[in-house]
Ligand binder design. Structure first.
Ligand SMILES: [Mg+2]
Length: 311
């Protein structure tokens, strides 16, 4: 009796675990029996499971009872972040806050004696240019980065982040230079220069726009600038825009490093918000970008700190 109860509890847990999404084929099952018992059609089961021969199912086989979770489903999760980025006055206010603060810091540095010419290093995407229409364009489609990314960049439709043009021109007017260190590919350099020029960004030229040639590590490019310039500020939306210590680090390590460098934020490093994408997302997946959309959604939810009402 006790044994039977244990088996029943196990079976019940398995069925609860699989409820709604999957069915494990039992002895004596046929596809039409499974379909009938689970409120789906045989055709749907064939489609959801890519079954070549509907008469051939084996005991223990895991069958999907719902349509596969696709990139299109995962893209739904971009709605709130992109909505915020494009519509929230708070997002604009944060951008102005970042660039106003950059100016205060830059003015403070101007009072100091400098042996090298001054430079400010900025990232491009979601730091000085807003590409959120590209991300919004993936909502309700089965596409994801990098599909369409080059086309978007070449269309030069990105618009300035509030406050960026003004601050960087202030740097230029007071004798400093601006370097754009971006992980857009070299092949997009010209389009990027033109996109920046369209909106009056200073130093939008071959020398100052440093695209990605071989490595996404920005450190060698930062070092190149540091050889001849006094780097007053680094501005970006990704921790890798500030230091390479963050590269390929897991979430906890990234956060611990941010804490370790707490004196740099708002003094040497200026961060802009980007809830849409970034290495923070890669860190959540342990940089396993090849996870399926379903796995990504699962990992995302597993990384939420949850509280639920107890009553
Ligand atoms: Mg960026």
């Amino acid at each position: 009796m006790k044994k039977l109860l244990v088996i029943f509890v196990i079976l019940l847990s398995v069925s609860i675990l699989l409820a709604g999404n999957y069915y494990i084929v039992q002895k004596g099952d046929t596809l039409s029996k499974i379909a009938k018992e689970n409120g789906v059609t045989v055709e749907e089961l064939v489609k959801y499971n890519n079954l070549e021969n509907p008469d051939l199912i084996i005991v223990g086989q895991k069958l999907r009872l719902t349509p596969p979770y696709t990139q299109k489903d995962l893209n739904e999760q971009l709605v709130m972040a992109t909505l915020w980025y494009q519509n929230a006055g708070e997002a604009r206010a944060l951008a102005y806050q970042a660039y106003n603060f950059a100016r205060i810091l830059y003015d403070m540095d101007l009072k100091e004696e400098a042996t090298k010419p001054r430079a400010v290093i900025v990232d491009v995407d979601e730091t000085v240019l807003d590409n959120s229409p590209y991300d919004a364009g993936t909502v309700d489609t089965n596409n994801a980065y990098p599909i369409g990314w080059s086309e978007w960049c070449e269309a030069k439709l990105a618009t300035p982040i509030p406050g960026a043009v003004e601050f960087l021109n202030y740097v230029a007017e007071t004798g400093g230079e601006v370097f754009y260190i971006t992980n857009r590919n070299d092949s997009l350099k010209q389009a990027t220069i033109e996109n920046l020029k369209m909106f009056g960004f200073p130093f939008a030229d071959e020398k100052h726009v440093l695209t990605k040639s071989t490595t996404s590590d920005k450190e060698p490019r930062r070092q190149m600038v540091a050889e001849n310039y006094r780097i007053v500020l680094l501005i970006g939306d990704n921790l890798n825009d500030f230091s390479s210590v963050f590269r390929h680090k897991a979430t906890q390590e990234r956060n611990a490093l941010v804490d370790e460098m707490k004196d740099k934020w708002g003094t040497k490093f200026i961060v802009l918000p980007n809830p849409i994408y970034g290495d923070w997302e890669g860190a959540v997946y342990n940089y396993n970008w090849g996870l399926t959309p379903e796995e990504k959604s699962k990992v995302r939810k597993e990384n939420l700190f949850m509280w639920r009402p107890q009553k």
